[in-house]
Design a protein around this ligand. Structure first.
Ligand code: MG
Length: 379
């Protein structure tokens, strides 16, 4: 894990700056300072040059991203030969079985360990919709997540900015890792069930990039305004350019417009998600690092008694799936109806299946707590 500056906030005395976080990090408050410059990520010349090279030779990559988005669009999926797609799906399901079908096995694997939940938002807790401002979570799903958070430490890990995702989820007891994990906040004061004696966590490894992100946001809005349906979203520490309301024939043109802006900023990285291009600081930080940071802040940095479960649907969630695979702890669940290359162990088809899985987890936890209270020994 990289050593980077960390800021934690103290519920009583305000913000406290903490120097670094590393494998052996413990949050040791130092001086009381406002969180003016929490970033300080140094980027080597070599990396910048490498990124310039990538930007320079990116036409091919842009084309393959656009092709990949087209291939995953429902109109194209429907046109796949049904027999081969069914065979492909069956073989994929064998490799990534349904987490609902494998529920008992999952519970068995977690026995004696603390389950910690990590949940992506879009496409996991809420349906993917045309207008990203209207990706509402259902009240049933909110109630379910609330119950999950009563049973296990629970975090939302999303590409959205924290304020936006909080305006949808509205649960103060959760941890939130917004902007692909570059903006981390612990539960609101008085709502934390875990680590009550520790200050609430606040971590912003890309703080120094804020002015640049704002500048690029304005340029992207200007450059893409002539493309009908294009939407640029400012996620505070990263940007998203949404393609889903743009005519597919215009996707390549829009991709080129985005690149024409981003290529002038060699410290920013362009990547592709589900009908979206993401622009973020080129720092060694992603949803996997955010997961690791949150596990550390919950006191599980060197623990074998932890069982993290990460549920997500996007390419950016793969960093977290991979991390869990490398740690050999817990597992990832990919939300997808279609075969995809993934580091997740299991799959769920859509947000309703995610809700079923979360409900079963809650029921199991409540029943096992009841059995313990009644003196029943589970064999
Ligand atoms: Mg998602």
């Amino acid at each position: 894990m990289v050593s980077q500056n960390v800021v934690v906030s103290d519920a009583k005395s305000g913000i406290i700056t903490v120097s670094t976080v590393s494998n052996s990090s413990v949050f040791t408050p130092s001086a009381q300072k406002p969180p003016t410059a929490p970033g300080h990520i140094s980027i080597s010349k070599k990396k910048i040059l490498k990124n310039l090279e990538i930007n320079g030779a990116q036409s091919q990559r842009l084309n393959s991203w656009v092709d990949s988005m087209r291939a995953s669009s429902p109109t194209h999926l429907k046109s796949l030969p049904s027999l081969s797609s069914q065979e492909e799906l069956n073989s994929w399901i064998k490799r990534h079985p349904s987490a609902l079908d494998m529920f008992e096995r999952i519970i068995e694997a977690s026995r004696g360990k603390q389950i910690v939940m990590f949940l992506d938002y879009d496409g996991t807790l809420s349906p993917i919709v045309d207008d990203p401002d209207r990706a509402f979570i259902s009240s049933k799903m909110r109630r379910t997540v609330k119950k999950v958070a009563k049973c296990f430490p629970t975090s939302i890990v999303t590409g959205r900015c924290i304020d936006k995702v909080y305006s949808f989820v509205k649960l103060a007891e959760l941890y939130y890792a917004g902007s692909h994990g570059m903006d981390i906040k612990g539960p609101t004061k008085g709502f934390s069930r875990y680590n009550k004696d520790k200050p609430s966590v606040l971590y912003q490894p890309a703080g120094d990039f804020l002015p640049m992100i704002d500048e690029v946001f304005k340029q992207l809005v200007e450059r893409t305004k002539s493309t009908a349906g294009a939407k640029v979203e400012n996620n505070k520490f990263c940007l998203s350019v949404h393609f889903r309301c743009v005519d597919e024939k215009k996707w390549s043109e829009l991709a080129l417009k985005v690149r024409s802006v981003v290529q002038n900023y060699p410290t920013l990285k362009l990547s592709q998600g589900r009908k979206v291009f993401e622009i973020r600081p080129m720092i060694k930080w992603d949803k996997g690092k955010a997961l690791e940071f949150l596990l550390e802040s919950l006191g599980f940095e060197n623990s074998n008694d932890v069982f993290p479960i990460y549920i997500g649907d996007d390419r950016t969630d793969e960093d977290a799936f991979k991390l869990l695979q490398e740690r050999g702890q817990g597992f990832g669940i990919l939300v997808s109806k279609f075969p995809k290359d993934t580091n997740a162990s299991y799959s769920l088809q859509d947000p309703p299946e995610v809700m079923d899985f979360l409900r079963r987890l809650v029921e199991w936890k409540q029943n096992s707590a009841m059995n313990v209270n009644n003196g029943v020994t589970l064999v």
